[in-house]
Design a protein around this ligand. Structure first.
Ligand code: CP3
Length: 350
């Protein structure tokens, strides 16, 4: 089926091209802050929603229709592909992803299999097709968790504060660590390529927790794997976005990788990232907590970020991390419209 014509402002900004206004989307825009979604969630779990393409496409589309954002992000979790390689993950309410038989040794890593997206996660691909062939008028962002962040759940057995077990494994069994990084890189590459074949127009790699490592360890234990992932995905010709939390010290490392967009959390101002020599497209970075403030505060902070971001082409407005469940959807709607209007006026007067 012929694809619908889409608004490509977001894709242009990813590629560093001139745009009429600053494009915007929000991490975790689809889901918990939306009343329509919460009503669905009373009946179905994350797992059940993602297994029903019509329903999953509806949840993915909701924020696009309600907030007028410039990109959609597929509703699913970074854990979604893991059962395909033999990881028994359960999303526990109020806790997050939990794995009962965590990775302890090389033997556990050798047991991990490979993903065949067409047979293991057909529902993800069907949802992407439905959205991109029939429904969306903006690009769909596909995504994967990065090896460190996925490994942290697989080794800790669940969410962690300090990643002690993960680090202990990495430092004491480097051979096994790299074998695990390779398996997860392989999985991510195959999974992302299938998402692109199905219609995803950009890819975000979430290395949410890698900021727990220092720069030297990132270079030794993580960067070679990330080089491989981005190099292999580069040929797919869709923009590649990197994101992590508390990782300002790694922003330059990410910028070295063959990717298009560096995502910033709220700790590193956009102007400072530019002064550090980050010339690629930047995405971010309103502190998601600001969204719980009165509109005047939100507007003032958004304006300050836009003034920095608009200093050059290649800027995408976003939050510094995901939308909190308590956020009023009205604030997101107003914010989108503010980002669009303010940047349109500024671009015209330039
Ligand atoms: C920490 C956690 C994870 N997974 C989960 C948690 C528990 C806490 C939480 O609800 O936030 C469980 C989870 N993840 C998701 C749900 C569905 C309900 C909901 O929307 O909150 C649930 C229950 C959607 C999701 N989970 C994710 C997305 C996609 C990203 C996006 O929409 O921007 C969605 C819809 C991605 C995800 N998922 C996870 C990480 C580290 C990331 C990367 C982004 C980040 O750093 O927050 C692991």
């Amino acid at each position: 089926m012929a694809e619908k014509k889409i608004n490509d402002t977001f894709l242009k900004a990813c590629r560093g091209e001139k745009t009429d206004y600053v494009p915007v989307w929000y991490m975790r825009q689809a889901g918990r802050s939306q009343p329509e979604y919460r009503a669905i969630k009373e009946k179905y779990s994350l797992f059940e929603i993602t297994h029903q393409p019509e329903l999953c496409a509806y949840v993915t589309r909701l924020p696009v229709e309600q907030y007028d954002v410039d990109a959609a992000i597929l509703y699913k979790d970074i854990m979604t592909p893991l059962p395909a390689i033999g990881v028994n993950v359960e999303i526990k309410s109020g806790i997050g992803p939990v794995i009962d038989d965590p990775i302890r040794s090389m033997r556990d890593i050798e047991k991990l299999g490979e993903i065949d997206p067409e047979s293991d996660v057909p529902y993800v691909l069907d949802t992407i097709k439905l959205l991109t062939e029939e429904q969306l008028t903006v690009p769909l962002i596909g995504f994967t968790g990065a090896p460190f962040t996925l490994a942290s759940y697989m080794i800790e057995g669940g969410p962690s504060r300090n990643y002690n077990k993960t680090k202990a494994f990495m430092y004491s069994e480097p051979h096994a660590w790299f074998a695990l990084m390779d398996k997860l890189a392989e999985m991510s590459i195959t999974y992302v390529k299938a998402q692109i074949r199905a219609g995803a127009k950009a890819i975000q790699v979430f290395d949410s927790w890698v900021g727990a490592l220092n720069v030297a360890d990132y270079r030794t234990f993580i960067k070679p794997t990330m080089e491989r992932i981005f190099s292999e995905l580069k040929d797919e010709n869709v923009p590649l976005i990197m994101f992590g939390v508390g990782a300002s010290h790694l922003a330059k490392e990410w910028h070295d990788l063959p990717l298009d967009v560096v995502g910033l959390d709220w700790r590193l101002p956009v102007s400072e990232a530019r002064s550090m020599g980050l010339t690629k497209t930047l995405q971010g970075n309103l502190d998601p907590a600001i969204l719980l403030s009165p509109w005047e505060v939100i507007e003032e902070r958004a304006k300050a970020i836009l003034d920095q971001g608009m200093q050059q082409d290649g800027y995408i407005f976003n939050l510094g991390h995901g939308v909190f469940p308590q956020v009023n959807p009205e604030s997101l709607k107003k914010l989108t419209s503010f980002v669009h209007d303010y940047s349109k006026k500024a671009k015209v007067s330039n």
